[in-house]
Design a protein around this ligand. Structure first.
Ligand code: TMP
Length: 229
């Protein structure tokens, strides 16, 4: 079997939303999906880890339980296994079909969390990415930046609202400590510096409305859509 059976499907646009915890990217993804719908663009909303039935099963292994449940290498491989399934079953078919794909996290999260955060070899992460995705990259990556103290506090109150049951909380990464979260914030900013064409950093401390307006302007300009902006 060919190692790289990933087609360069790109009829639709592929946009990833990235950043640390509690930055508001999921809210903004939904708002952008609504804006695109109003512009009569067919877009799907998805997420990582997860997004396909198989990858959602792997997600549970990654986001619940003890922080030391996996070593960093095993954790990296689980993220890539989930991503491969998500790409093959959901992302590439949708793009091929002309739909836009908005994903709440993608491969930059592995580089930031497992690479910069846990210290896994960045070269190895690049290699695994090529193995599962070839040269396919998002057309645009929006990175939500905010001080980790603020993001973690927001994420904590949100996860308490969702469930009080400690066994069902998806907060394994939130419990990894401030130093880890500071490293991955620096990691995302470094990824943005190294991928200037693809990545745009958003100040996530601004209001929901201001961020929404900025993202709409960015997307309409980047993909030459008609709009009143
Ligand atoms: P979220 O759905 O709340 O963003 O949770 C997913 C968690 O998984 C989040 O804490 C970041 C983490 N993650 C990684 O560590 N590596 C990855 O490659 C991805 C996609 C997510």
């Amino acid at each position: 079997m060919n190692d790289l059976p990933v087609k360069e499907a790109s009829k639709g646009k592929f946009i990833s939303f990235e950043g640390g915890e509690g930055g508001g990217k999921s809210t903004q993804l939904k708002l952008l999906a609504k804006t695109l719908k109003e512009a009569e663009i067919d877009a799907i909303e998805t997420r990582e880890p997860g997004g396909s039935p198989g990858a959602e099963l792997i997600r549970k292994l990654l986001v619940e339980g003890e922080t030391d449940r996996w070593d960093a290498q095993t954790e990296t491989l689980l993220h890539f296994a989930a991503r491969r399934d998500h790409l093959n079953k959901v992302i590439l078919p949708a793009l091929d079909n002309g739909q836009w794909v908005l994903t709440d996290r993608y491969a930059d999260s592995t580089m930031a969390y497992q690479g910069y955060g846990h210290g896994v070899s960045k070269k190895a992460i690049h290699g695994f990415y090529q193995f599962i995705a070839g040269n396919k990259q998002p057309d645009l990556t929006i990175i939500f930046d905010m001080p980790p103290e603020e993001g973690l506090a927001r994420a904590d109150s949100r996860s308490n609202e969702k469930t009080a049951d400690v066994h069902q909380k998806e907060d394994r990464y939130e419990r990894m400590g401030l130093e880890f979260h500071s490293r991955l914030r620096d990691g995302f900013l470094d990824i943005a510096r190294k991928n200037k064409k693809r990545c745009v950093v958003i100040d996530a401390t601004k209001s929901i409305e201001e961020i929404q307006t900025n993202i709409k302007k960015l997307v309409f300009k980047r993909f030459r859509l008609d709009g009143d902006e």
